[in-house]
Design a binder for this molecule. Sequence first.
Ligand SMILES: [Fe+2]
Length: 167
Amino acid sequence: MGPDRTAAILTLEKASRSNPGPWVDHSRYVAQACGCIASRCGGMCAERAYVLGLLHDIGRYARVSSERHLIDGYRLCVERGWEKAAQICISHAFMIQDIETSIGTFDVSREDYLFMERFVDVTIRYGVHPSTVDRRKKTLELKAYFEHKIGCSIYTLLPGVIENSFR
Ligand SMILES: [Fe+2]
């Protein structure tokens, strides 16, 4: 059983007290975006998407960190039995399933790095191509996928984005 909205909000508030920062509002905006997009996609639960969005960066409760927040979040959610949230915490930096395409710093132990590596298939190597380009391409593919499902631009559903970015 995953967390409900109240549990997710309380967990985020507690995390915000232990390590305040812009990541907390970022999490709230991501949650709204996830909820808005999911509500327009057939077969997706907007409430669940909202809750999972709220928790995706929850590992930042522990400290200011880079990729370490992925595994810190994973562990927090596993402890609570929140399996899907745990999966999203550890995987959300890898839109390409190759750990080496991460653009963050692996501020984790060797053991933790190997643990995280198991979550991303190291099947494709990008050689000299900077991962940033592939990540951007993959992100645009995901955007196109959801825009096809919802039948409009994703930006029209993201709170504040049109006002803040296109005007
Ligand atoms: Fe993150």
